[in-house]
Design a binder for this molecule. Structure first.
Ligand SMILES: [Zn+2]
Length: 323
């Protein structure tokens, strides 16, 4: 090999090395981008527990706000996410809960659907508590409650983002919130009279950290559950937040067959007038060998998981038999 050729080869080598370094730098930057980027383009699951949070835990708390839904997730990165906020009056319950647990802001709040027993608490909280961004379902029918939320968010300078199936929210520690529903192309929720069943507009979100998956389904009912089972092969989870407070309209067999949780958490008020949860649903969950936790019996319930799986389930009160 002549002198000239080897010089040229060296030059090419340097250029190639430079390009590779640049690609690695850009790739590294994208993957370390800070918090709560809505990144629908991300395919597959991100690498979990890299870097500073590798010994961390995720804590999912199902807060006893009476009849309604409110789940609070604390990530190993320290980020705080609220899924639903319960009905009127729950804003104050949540504020007390946050104060007791030294939580001084929400990085994100998610409204599963535009019903009072999920959204009013967030509406109240917006006035009193710092929230960075609120995610809401991107659906055709947006009732007055939606407009109220948007108006207050505007006033408070809180960002609103609409999400639907296919979107993913990736947090700093690699935890992914994967939005699986709603999607007009898999389920049309518009009835003949043009009205929609707002329960079936519920966001379905799978939260994945290490080996543990949590599934949140709002108040999704069985016909939408069936559509979801057909459209997604990604429903398997360890912890299911039971749909619609354990009402018999939800938690169909076909759905439970696809989800196969180990634990089910039901959020319902003590002696509520709807008689949630329904006996049929409790029997069905038990027939699947699923362990049931209920906020009406146990108060606040917290599931703790490290990257290898669930390590602890804490309840405010010891679980009592229904009387
Ligand atoms: Zn509800």
């Amino acid at each position: 090999m002549g002198r000239y050729t080897s010089k040229k080869a060296r030059k090419i080598e340097i250029i190639v090395f430079g390009i590779i370094t640049l690609i690695l730098l850009i790739y590294g930057y994208i993957n370390n981008k800070p918090t709560d980027i809505l990144n629908p383009a991300t395919e597959g699951t991100s690498a979990v527990n890299t870097g500073a949070y590798e010994n961390g835990v995720i804590q999912a708390s199902f807060i006893d706000i009476g009849q309604g839904d409110s789940s609070f997730i604390k990530l190993s990165s320290g980020e705080n996410i609220l899924i639903d906020g319960g009905d009127k009056g729950s804003g104050e319950v949540l504020r007390r809960y946050f104060a007791d647990n030294s939580i001084n802001k929400l990085d994100a709040a998610i409204v599963s659907h535009y019903h009072a027993d999920h959204a009013e608490g967030i509406y109240e909280l917006m006035n009193e508590f710092p929230i960075d961004v609120i995610y809401m379902p991107n659906v055709k029918t947006r009732p007055e409650l939606h407009d109220d939320l948007v108006r207050r968010a505007d006033k408070k300078g809180i960002e609103i983002k609409y999400i639907s199936a296919g979107d993913k929210i990736t947090f700093k520690d690699g935890t992914v919130f994967d939005v699986l529903f709603p999607d007009e192309s898999i389920f049309s929720n518009t009835k003949d009279d043009g009205e929609a069943n707002i329960n079936n507009d519920s966001l379905v979100i799978k939260v994945s950290y290490g080996e543990t998956d949590f599934l949140f389904t709002g108040d999704l009912e069985s016909d939408a559950e069936k559509a979801l089972v057909k459209s997604s092969n990604n429903l398997d989870c360890e912890v299911l937040k039971v749909g619609h407070h354990g009402s018999k309209t939800s938690s169909s067999k076909v759905f439970l067959n696809a989800v196969t949780p180990e634990y089910a958490v039901i959020s319902a008020g003590r002696n509520n007038r709807y008689k949630h949860p329904h006996g049929q649903v409790l029997d069905r969950l038990e027939s699947f060998g699923i362990k049931i936790y209920r906020t009406d019996l146990s108060g606040n319930i917290t599931v703790v998981a490290d990257s290898n799986g669930i390590t602890e389930i804490k309840t405010e009160y010891s679980q009592q038999e229904e009387n």
